[in-house]
Design a protein around this ligand. Structure first.
Ligand code: MEV
Length: 310
């Protein structure tokens, strides 16, 4: 029997634009997914026979990384699925870690991050490695189109490439507000691709998000929370122009702003979750609840994938 766990994530700045090679910043959060595997006659997930349709991430990971006999897989998660907090990436990364351990391989973050991105791309279609790399490395990551200081690994797909860096992040107080709407990432990423294929305006917005992220990196380094918050709110407006917000996300962002440095949707949007950077987490949580959202007071600076029981 092997148990591994991996964290969920929030994207502080740069979602969607990162798919096009623009920079982005993601932080692992203290909501983890745990995965336990044990030998079994046939492959099962949480007691049910494994099927590609119902369990695409586990199915694809098995195809890619397991040559052995049947496995009983059990998962338990603090992350609501489709919430924009990276539950698909966390299940993929944690499961691949159990497979590596069960095969007697050394757990290498770089290998896991590459495999997990492969699985996510296969299941989801177009994607960037931000979710899978954040869940693998933990802490904070900065993704960009060229390598720099604190480079962790490099991932390539067709003509696009991403350089994943460790990113030191000051202690931030962040509240996540889940809309309760389960929004799959693939169709939203495809929608943005169609928009950018047809208009230079959308391509300009993608570039502007990249610039906002670079300014945000300067604020992070200077611990300038007011500057960072203002950039997050601007990023939300740009994402809304791209068509990936949702009236409920806008409502939760508006409700949080009076008590926050800034707020924005996080992840793919279309539902899912928003985040607020604040010194008043309880007040923001109340405001989110009043508007029908589900608040999570999350901690950042948490470890990435790990084997909990070898
Ligand atoms: C989803 O968490 C982040 C997106 O940028 C998609 C991706 O990067 O694969 C929307």
């Amino acid at each position: 029997m092997v148990i591994a766990s991996a964290p969920g994530k929030i994207i502080l700045l740069g979602e969607h634009a990162v798919v096009f090679g623009q920079p982005a910043v993601a932080l692992a959060i203290d909501l983890r997914l745990r995965c336990r595997v044990a030998p079994s006659k046939a492959h099962t997930l949480n007691g049910a026979p494994l099927s590609e349709r119902s369990h695409p991430y586990i199915f694809s990971a098995l195809q890619q990384a397991w040559k052995g006999a049947g496995l009983s897989v059990e998962t338990s998660s603090m992350l609501p699925s489709g919430s924009g907090m990276g539950s698909s990436a966390a299940v993929t990364v944690a499961f691949l870690a159990t497979l590596a351990q069960a095969s007697g391989q050394e757990l290498q973050q770089r290998t896991l991050a590459n495999q997990a991105f492969e699985v996510e791309s296969q299941v989801q279609g177009r994607a960037s490695p931000i979710d899978t790399s954040a869940s693998t490395h933990g802490e904070g990551i900065f993704v960009s189109g060229r390598g720099g200081e604190e480079l962790l690994w490099h991932i390539q797909r067709d003509t696009r490439e991403w350089f994943i860096h460790h990113c030191d992040v000051p202690r931030l107080s962040i509240v996540v507000g889940f809309t309760g709407i389960n929004a799959p990432t693939g169709p939203l990423v495809a929608k943005v691709k169609r928009y950018t294929d047809h208009t230079t305006f959308a391509r300009d917005i993608i570039e502007e998000i990249g610039q906002v992220t670079m300014e945000g990196m300067k604020c992070l380094k200077a611990n300038d929370l007011s500057g960072l918050g203002a950039l997050m709110t601007r990023d939300h407006k740009l994402l809304a122009i791209l068509g990936v917000s949702h009236p409920r996300l806008d409502k939760l962002v508006q409700a949080s702003l009076p008590y926050s440095y800034g707020a924005k949707l996080t992840g793919a949007g279309g539902g899912g979750s928003m985040i607020a950077l604040t010194d008043h987490p309880e007040m923001v949580a109340e405001a989110i609840k009043r508007k029908g959202g589900v608040p999570f007071l999350v901690k950042t600076g948490v470890p990435g994938v790990r084997i909990d029981e070898p």
